[in-house]
Write a protein that binds this ligand. Structure first.
Ligand SMILES: [Zn+2]
Length: 234
């Protein structure tokens, strides 16, 4: 009986270190981001899972219309397929971070596969002449291993504070999203710029949400900054 209890405690402690500790780290980080956005009146637009051949350039045009910088958390597999788009993002003055190579989920995939996926994503961007500081974990999931890997390699985790809902089963109206960001005193907004093959409405949602957020930022005197600029301002 004692052996079973001891084993149970050991498993609980291991799970605590593996999952719960990094989860708490994330919670603290998100709170800090919220405070940084409020203190500096900042909106950060972030786009994950791209770049895509047609949609990302369309988004770049919209951002250029407002002269607004954004942060793109690029997937290596997409960068390899659409390598001509990566320099366009950089040339437009946007920031590029890594989102791994093949979007492996740290809670579901084997730790060494996740570790390799993270490095492959960074290597891919380096091959495209992009040096990265920020890493956004796929699905926002990290373990103690991914956290240590990121920090020991001198990189920093990049979370978000407000989900645009563009990958949720139902989206909220773009105006409501802009209102939420306004009422929060700014925020780091999660959006996606991968090519939707079947659900083109979601691409239109991302464009409309971006436009509404930028209009709101202009009307309410928010600064639109990259993720890195927010950190420098903190
Ligand atoms: Zn993603």
């Amino acid at each position: 009986m004692l052996a079973v209890i001891t084993l149970g405690l050991v498993i609980l402690a291991a799970l605590g270190f593996w999952i719960v500790l990094p989860y708490l780290y994330r919670r603290v980080n998100v709170r800090n981001l919220e405070a940084q956005c409020r203190a500096s009146n900042t909106v950060v637009l972030t786009y994950d899972d791209g770049p895509s051949a047609n949609f990302t350039p369309e988004l770049l045009e919209l951002l250029a219309e407002y002269n607004a910088p954004a942060t793109f958390f690029v997937l290596g597999v997409q960068a390899d397929s659409n390598s001509e788009v990566v320099p366009k993002i950089a040339a437009n003055g946007h920031e590029i971070g890594s989102h791994s190579y093949a979007h492996l989920n740290a809670w579901k995939d084997l730790p060494w596969k996740v570790a390799n996926d993270i490095e492959a994503g960074v290597d891919c961007l380096n091959r495209n002449d992009v040096e990265i500081t920020y890493f956004r974990p796929p699905n926002g999931k990290i373990t103690l291993a991914t956290l240590l890997q990121t920090l020991l390699k001198g990189r920093r985790m990049a979370w978000w504070t407000i989900d645009s809902t563009d990958t949720c089963p139902e989206t909220i109206p773009p105006e409501k999203l802009a209102e939420t960001v306004k009422n929060a005193g700014g925020g780091v907004v999660l959006l996606h710029d991968f090519e939707r093959k079947t659900n083109k409405d979601r691409n239109r949602f991302v464009l409309e949400a971006t436009r509404q957020l930028l209009e709101m930022a202009k009307a309410e005197n928010f600064s639109v900054r990259t993720f890195g600029q927010l950190q420098q301002n903190a």
